[in-house]
Structure formats: C-alpha cells, structure tokens
Design a protein around this ligand. Structure first.
Ligand code: C5P
Length: 415
C-alpha cells in the first residue's frame, strides 16, 4: 500500500482570512501530487484571493454560490461533499467554525460539509483573542464531537501584529493529517517504537565516533506508521531531519542512552523497529578536556556497547513484533538469517551498503526482507515507499498473529 495523494478527491473549503493566500500554495502542491482538487470559497474568502487563483492552481472551476444555476443542475451542494475522499477547510475563520458547529447550511461550503460522510480536517486561522474566546472554543469542541479533526493553530506574530495562538498550521503538519485521513488504517491500535539515526560516542568534548546513518529510513518508517493509524514514539540519534508531525520523539546521543530510551518504551510497544545504526563500540575512556594533538595517543581503546536489539529479543513479550535492520556488504541473506535467529527477531530488513542507491544517506533503498518462513527481495524505491512495503508485511504478521500463531508472514503477504 502506498500512502499518498495520487488519485484522491480532496475538497478544499477556503474561508475569509488573510491566510487564504497560503492555502493557494497547498492547493498547488496537492494538484502536483496528482490529487483531484475541488475548491469551494466563501464570499469573504474571495475578497482575499481571487477564485481565478484557485481555479488555475487546482485545474478546476472554483465553486462559490449556493444558488449557482449551473452548479445546482449538478446538485453541487450535495455532490461536492458526497463525492470527496476528504474535506479540508483552511483557513477556517471563527465565522465558518460557528456555522459548522451549529449545522447552519446557509452557504455552499457549510451545506457541502453537512452532506459529507468523509474525514473533515479543519485548520483554524484567526486573531488569538477570537480563537481563545469561549464561543470559538466551545464551537471547536462541538466540531471535535462530530468527529471532525481540528488542528491546533500555530503561535507567533499574526497579520494584526499581535503575538499569540491563531496562525494557520504549517503544510508539513497538515499534509501528514491529510495523508493519515486518506490511508487505510491497518495499524490502528498498534503502538510503535522506531529507532533511527546514528549514535555518537564521545572521545573528548570535541570529537566522537559515529557512522554515516542519516535517519531517513527510520523517520520514513515513523511517518508512514502514523499515517496508517499507529501511535508512534521515535527514539532518534542526532540527525538533521525535522520531527514528523503527530509523533513523540525522544532525542538521544549515545548507544547507552538509546538503550535506556528504547527499553523504557518496550513494555508499551506492540511493534518495535530498530532501524538505528547503533555504534557497536565506544571509546573506553572519554577525556574530560580536549585532547591535544601533541599528546594524543596513537590508538584508542574501545569498549563494546550493549546490543539493544538482542536485549529486546530476549525480553520480547507475547504477540510483540520485533523488527531489526542489517546493513551488509556481502552474503545478505545468510547474514540476515543469522541475525534474525540470534537476536530472536520476527522480521529483518537487510540492505546492501555497497551501492550508492541503498543504505545510509541515500534517498532510496532496496531491502531483502526475511522472516522465519522465507525471503522477499523488495524493489528499489524511495525510503517512504520502502517503509510502506515493510509495514505491509508487519501489518499482515500482526493480524495473522492474533488469528493463528505460526501461519503467517511471507507466504501470507505474497497472496
Ligand atoms: O548485528 P548488527 O549490528 O548488524 O545488527 C543490526 C541491528 O541491530 C539493527 O537493527 C540495529 O538497530 C541493532 N543494534 C542494536 N544495538 C547495537 C548494534 C545494533 O540494537 N549495539
């Protein structure tokens, strides 16, 4: 299963806030991602941005009037909400929020929303006094009770030159909630811990031992698990990636910190994916002061780090799924199978580090997926697609595990 916007019908409701200009960019991004975007604008939205802008960016005529003769031949007030896969209202003003909270069907957008039976995501944007007023807060509470997802606005300087809560949320956050709403929830109810990135082992205050892991694979696994309905906790080594929205992230530096953070979350987790590239060794002694070139020793004594994955394998709970990674340069299947057995894993993703298109810093990866019953070579794909392929397998394993232990995995996935 691929989590994405391609082919999805998204109805975007734009209301009268200065932040409407930002949503023009979102519509453009959705259209480029091959979503079929229809836009409904309220009367006041048209005073901020012209309908022509949204028509040009979405590639479709913009809907405005409840009593538009052409539109009503197609029953737009019902069809727009009914035929969508998802409704996004952004920016959502206090007025539109109040209208929706009371089921007032007095314009095209509020009527289309009443007719919709699909996920509805609302991005409020207004002055913080208006946002924090009990009337608005009560209305938002009602919308949440209806099952609508109301995102929390951002904080900062607003168009009225006041600081506070009320800024339109950022697209990076909104898009993750849209993707979650569009994706079949085959990990709903699962509690997932993903580890990602390298660890750093200090030699002195300036220097450390580490590896080339970028964290991209682990972050892609965390993001896609969230989209598929899981609650996700990410334990991350030092990387230069933004924390994915909706995900609880604990940053660590050393292998021993990663061990503590991961073992501390293991009782909570139904699935643990250890994609981090943990340093196997650390300097046996960390120098308190920066070592001077003239007096530096010519060799460094190393101490072995704990194997976190092996510990998790030993303490694995009944029904818990443990997924490991292996970066190899030769004999991928043999090495993968040896680690699967030795560390008591359910699944292992083996990738070659000898090619530029796989492993560490690359944006793509090619995985050999092994479980107790077989092996499957996954195609070369971007890391998000690879993450989805791993979740396809994990979801089947988790499901068949609760039905009939022992008969599952690679055979089940191939059917
Ligand atoms: O044995 P190897 O290091 O190749 O195994 C890789 C797998 O083990 C990865 O899933 C990695 O996150 C995990 N690992 C670990 N603790 C270590 C070394 C590796 O959890 N000290």
């Amino acid at each position: 299963m691929r989590t994405g916007f391609a082919g999805k019908k998204v109805l975007v409701g734009v209301t009268g806030s200065i932040a409407a200009f930002k949503v023009a960019g979102w519509v453009s991004t959705l259209a480029k991602a091959e979503a079929q975007v229809s836009v409904v604008m309220t009367e006041s939205a048209c005073r901020f941005v012209t309908p022509l802008t949204f028509a040009a960016l979405s590639g479709n005529q913009v809907h405005r009037e409840l009593f538009d003769p052409g539109g009503e031949e197609r029953m737009d007030h019902i069809a727009l909400g009914r035929d969508a896969d998802l409704v996004l209202i952004a920016p959502a003003t206090a007025a539109t929020i109040a209208r929706l909270a009371n089921g007032l069907a007095d314009d095209l957008l509020s009527t289309a929303v009443l007719a919709a039976r699909v996920p509805i995501i609302i991005c409020p944007a207004m002055n913080s006094r208006m946002y924090l007023h009990p009337a608005t807060q009560e209305n938002i509470g009602r919308l949440k009770k209806f099952g609508y997802q109301v995102l929390t606005p951002g904080e900062g300087m607003m168009a009225c030159r006041e600081e506070g809560t009320g800024r339109l949320p950022e697209w990076e956050e909104v898009s993750e909630y849209l993707l979650r709403a569009l994706t079949p929830q085959d990990l709903l109810g699962e509690r997932v811990v993903v580890t990602a990135g390298p660890t750093r082992e200090a030699l002195d205050p300036a220097r450390f031992l580490s590896n080339r892991s970028s964290g991209k694979m682990g972050y892609a696994l965390a993001r896609t698990a969230f989209r598929r309905g899981a609650q996700v906790q990410l334990v991350s080594g030092p990387v230069s990636l933004p924390v994915p929205p909706g995900i609880d992230c604990k940053f660590v530096t050393t292998a021993r910190e990663m061990r503590e953070a991961t073992l501390g979350r293991s009782d909570w987790a139904t699935i643990i994916v250890k994609s981090a590239a943990v340093s196997d060794f650390r300097p046996a002694f960390e120098q308190a002061e920066k070592v001077k070139k003239e007096t530096a020793p010519r060799s460094v004594e190393l101490a072995e780090n704990p194997d976190i994955l092996a510990e998790l394998g030993k303490s694995k709970k009944k029904g818990q799924l443990l997924v490991g990674f292996a970066a190899e340069s030769a004999n991928l299947e043999g090495e993968g199978r040896r680690k699967l057995e030795k560390k008591n894993l359910d699944l292992i993703a083996v990738n070659s580090i000898t090619s530029e298109t796989t492993g560490f810093a690359a944006d793509t990866n090619q995985i050999l997926l092994l479980d107790r019953h077989g092996a499957e070579q996954l195609p070369l794909a971007d890391k998000e697609q690879v993450a989805d392929m791993i979740w396809d397998r994990a979801a089947v394993m988790i499901k068949s595990r609760s039905e009939e232990p022992g008969k599952q995995e690679i055979q089940a996935c191939r059917q």
